[in-house]
Design a protein around this ligand. Structure first.
Ligand code: ADP
Ligand code: MG
Length: 349
């Protein structure tokens, strides 16, 4: 190591210690140096690792502000968010929102239409009733589930593209962007990094991954697909990607158990219950993380057969389905590149 380089390294390490970032130099080669920062937002750990030593505390602070802004506008649990305003005005009047919030709501409605309501951003009343991951510990009364289910209908989410106005047509309806906002946030972080001339980064929002660019040097990233039954970080397989996002919805994230039955946080708007169809997880691979996030929820609720058909009909998306009996099904575009590494799972197609 040259002396000047060593001095820079020492200074950098010192600066990073102050900022709370962590630095990694796995191979000892300068080109593989990465710096990362963690945030806790949207009830999730967000980690941003940039493979470039020019990244500074200011960049990570900017990213923090971007994340906070998304939370403050789109989280319905923040009482003054734009989404909360829309929910307060349900059945009364339309609310004009920021272009960013409008884009996410419009995209959510498009995926509701494409998936025929398996993904539905008006699922809020059912999410509140079940409260899974938010204090819920028991199955609600069937009559209450039936009652709240009547309020779920994306057709009654009215959008005005000229005014950027959003209205829920019935009192009691609530918008919930929980299944799409994290994907949007990953896209926003990637856009920020690109604007600042960074080429290689891994953005991870609680397992929703955006792999920006390639590894330094041009090689593909090997992205691990989470094994649904194990702790975060245990992988059942990997796929090589360059500039792609890899987003998983599964039963293992937020759930409670009652009488041996697992109740997880992805709800089937058709039944009002957590979606039970034999799937343990669905991973979607696309270019845009917002699309992958919406689609992973949609396809998880659709189930293997319908979901695979849906993915194959969309040319920009690929998918990996994992069933409860540990079979793995991959869409046509991933067949040649998905690598199964976990011996308890078998490739089924
Ligand atoms: P995660 O947040 O764990 O990544 P998802 O992207 O699948 O998982 O989002 C799940 C969240 O989306 C739930 O916590 C809830 O707020 C909301 N949600 C649950 N079921 C649906 C659904 N069918 N359509 C749209 N949003 C949903
Ligand atoms: Mg999702």
């Amino acid at each position: 190591m040259r002396r000047s380089y060593l001095a820079v390294m020492i200074l950098l390490t010192f600066a990073l210690a102050i900022s709370g970032c962590s630095k990694n130099e796995p191979s000892g080669k300068q080109e593989d140096v990465s710096v990362s920062e963690n945030y806790f937002i949207f009830d999730t750990v967000v980690s941003v690792r940039v493979y470039d030593e020019r990244v500074t505390k200011e960049h990570f602070d900017d990213i923090k502000k971007l994340l906070e802004n998304i939370n403050e506008t789109m989280n319905r649990l923040e009482k003054d968010s734009e989404v909360s305003l829309i929910n307060h005005q349900a059945g009364k009047q339309a609310v004009v929102v920021s272009p960013e919030t409008y884009l996410v709501i419009k995209t959510a409605k498009q995926y509701a239409e494409l998936s025929e309501g398996h993904f539905d951003p008006t699922v809020g009343p059912l999410v509140d009733l079940w409260a899974i991951g938010n204090g819920g510990t028991a199955k609600p009364e069937a009559s209450l589930i039936e009652k709240e289910k009547q309020l779920i209908d994306y057709h009654k989410l009215t959008l005005d593209d000229d005014k950027l106005a959003v209205k829920l047509e019935e009192a009691g309806m609530t918008l919930d962007l929980g299944a799409i906002a994290k994907g949007y946030a990953a896209d926003v972080i990637a856009e920020y990094l690109q604007e600042h001339d960074f080429k290689s980064a891994i953005i991870d929002l609680g397992g929703n991954i955006l792999a920006m660019g390639s590894k330094p040097g041009g090689a593909a990233w090997a992205i691990g697909i989470q094994s649904p039954e194990e702790k975060r970080g245990a992988h059942l397989g990997t796929i090589p990607v360059i500039n792609k996002t890899v987003v998983t919805s599964g039963v293992y994230e937020r759930y409670f158990i009652e009488n041996g039955e697992v109740y997880h946080h992805v709800l089937d708007p058709y039944t009002g219950y957590p979606s039970w169809n034999g799937l343990a997880s669905v991973t979607i691979v696309t270019d845009v993380s917002m699309d992958a996030d919406a689609m992973s929820t949609a396809v998880f609720v659709m189930g293997l057969e319908k979901g695979m058909e849906f993915v194959e009909s969309i040319d920009y998306a690929e998918a990996i389905f994992v069933t409860e009996d540990k079979k793995v099904y991959v869409s046509s575009g991933l067949k040649d590149i998905f690598k199964l590494v976990h011996k308890e799972y078998t490739l089924a197609n």
